[in-house]
Design a binder for this molecule. Structure first.
Ligand code: SF4
Length: 358
C-alpha cells in the first residue's frame, strides 16, 4: 500500500490532507511553495515511529484536547499523521507489552512529547512502570531529536500538581539540571491547543529543525501576537466600554478588562484560530482571558477572574484597574497605557523576545 493510500484508507482525502498542511504553512508564515515539501515530509513519516508521548503529573487534559480534534480526527492523527508509538492513555497495550513498545521506540529517531509536570523533590512520586517519571523523561530526552513540552504543567510545573508537595517542575528545568541539550519547544496553555502541536510536528518533519522560537521557547507562529491586538472586543476597549455587570445585557459584548482579562499581556493566536475545530474561544464565550498561554501564568495572573493589576497611564499616573474607565475619557490613551504597562509588567519588553531559528 502506498503512503498516501494509507491516509485514503482512513477516509482522509488528498484535499483534506492538503488543507491541514496548508493551514500549518500559513501559520508559520511560509510561502505556498513550501506546501508540497511539507506534504512530502509528512507522507514520508507515515509508518515510521516518530513520537513517544509521556504523561507525568497531569489531568490528561492535553491528551483529551488533542484527540478531541475533528480535523484531523483522532484516529487519523494517531494512526497516520504522527505515528504515535507510545502513549499510556491511548495505547491498547499495558504492563510489560507497553514497556517493550516504549523501549523499542527509544531505539528509533523520535520526537518526545511530554504532558504533565515532573516531581523534582524526591523520587518516590509519580512512579510509572516502577520507575520515577523524572528518570524516564531524562532517559527519553537524551535520545530524542526534539522535545515538545505541552500544556502548563509540562512547560512550567504548574497546574494542579504544582500545588502539592512533590516539587513539581517543567521539562526545561529537568533538561537544565541534567545538562541535556536536545532542542526544547514549549507549547504552554491549559490544555494544549491541537493545531499548535500538530503544526509544530509537521514543521519539524518538513525542515528537520525546530521552528523559530521566542524567549520562552514557544513557536512565534502561534505565540507571536498579543491576544488584545486581535480581540473582537477591542473596539469596546477603545471606546472605554468595560463590562462591570454580568447581568446587564447592554454590556454583553463589552471589554472584559475589569473582569480580569489578561489579553493585553498574553501572546496567543486564540482570536485567530479558535478552539474545538474553530468553534469558539474564551473571550467570545464571555470569559476573560486567563493568560494560560504564558509561562508561569497561574502564579503571575491569579486571581484569574477578578481584578487586573493596576495600570500606570501616560500623563495620569497610577490608577486602579477598577477606575480606568472613570479616570480617563480618552479611550485610546487607556489602550496604549494599559497595553504598555501590562506588557512591561510581564517582563516581555526586557527580554529578547524572538530567538534566532535553531
Ligand atoms: Fe479583548 Fe481582553 Fe483586550 Fe478587552 S482587555 S479588548 S476583552 S483582550
Amino acid at each position: 500500500m502506498g503512503k498516501f493510500d494509507l491516509l485514503n484508507a482512513k477516509g482522509v482525502s488528498r484535499r483534506d490532507f492538503m488543507k491541514i498542511i496548508g493551514a500549518t504553512i500559513a501559520a508559520f508564515g511560509l510561502p505556498d511553495l513550501a506546501a508540497p515539501q511539507a506534504a512530502n515530509a509528512v507522507e514520508q513519516a507515515l509508518n515510521k515511529p516518530p513520537v513517544i508521548w509521556l504523561e507525568g503529573m497531569d489531568c490528561t487534559g492535553c491528551t483529551e484536547s488533542t484527540i478531541a480534534t475533528l480535523n484531523p480526527s483522532a484516529a487519523e492523527l494517531i494512526l497516520d499523521m504522527i505515528s504515535l508509538r507510545y502513549h499510556e492513555t491511548i495505547m491498547a497495550g499495558s504492563g510489560k507489552t507497553s514497556e517493550e513498545a516504549y523501549q523499542e521506540a527509544l531505539n528509533d529517531k523520535f520526537i518526545l512529547v511530554v504532558e504533565g509536570s515532573i516531581p523534582f523533590k524526591e523520587d518516590r512520586y509519580c512512579m510509572v512502570g516502577g520507575k520515577p517519571f523524572r528518570k524516564t523523561v531524562i532517559e527519553a530526552a537524551r535520545k530524542a531529536q526534539a522535545v515538545i513540552a505541552i500544556g502548563s504543567c509540562a512547560t512550567e510545573g504548574a497546574g494542579i500538581p504544582g500545588a502539592c508537595a512533590t516539587g513539581a517542575v517543567g521539562v526545561s528545568e529537568i533538561l537544565k539540571a541534567e545538562g541535556i541539550t536536545t532542542p526544547l519547544i514549549n507549547l504552554p496553555r491549559c490544555p494544549v491547543k491541537p493545531n499548535t502541536l500538530i503544526g509544530t510536528i509537521i514543521y519539524y518533519l518538513t525542515y528537520q529543525k525546530v521552528p523559530p522560537l521566542d524567549s520562552d521557547n514557544r513557536p512565534i507562529a502561534y505565540y507571536g501576537t498579543l491576544l488584545h491586538d486581535n480581540c473582537p472586543r477591542r473596539g469596546h476597549f477603545e471606546n472605554g466600554e468595560f463590562l462591570t455587570d454580568w447581568n446587564d445585557p447592554v454590556q454583553k459584548n463589552y471589554c472584559l478588562l475589569l473582569k480580569g482579562c489578561k489579553g493585553p499581556k498574553t501572546h496567543t493566536d486564540c482570536a485567530q484560530v479558535w478552539w474545538n475545530d474553530n468553534t469558539n474561544f474564551c473571550i467570545n464565550a464571555g470569559s476573560p482571558c486567563s493568560g494560560c498561554a504564558e509561562i508561569n501564568f497561574y502564579n503571575t495572573n491569579s486571581p484569574l477572574y477578578s481584578k487586573h493589576e493596576d495600570a500606570k497611564l501616560p500623563g495620569i499616573g497610577q490608577v486602579s484597574a477598577d477606575t480606568v474607565g472613570k479616570t480617563v475619557g480618552g479611550a485610546a490613551a487607556i489602550g496604549v497605557g494599559v497595553h504598555l504597562v501590562a506588557t512591561a509588567a510581564s517582563g516581555r519588553l526586557k527580554k529578547d523576545h524572538h530567538k534566532e531559528d535553531m
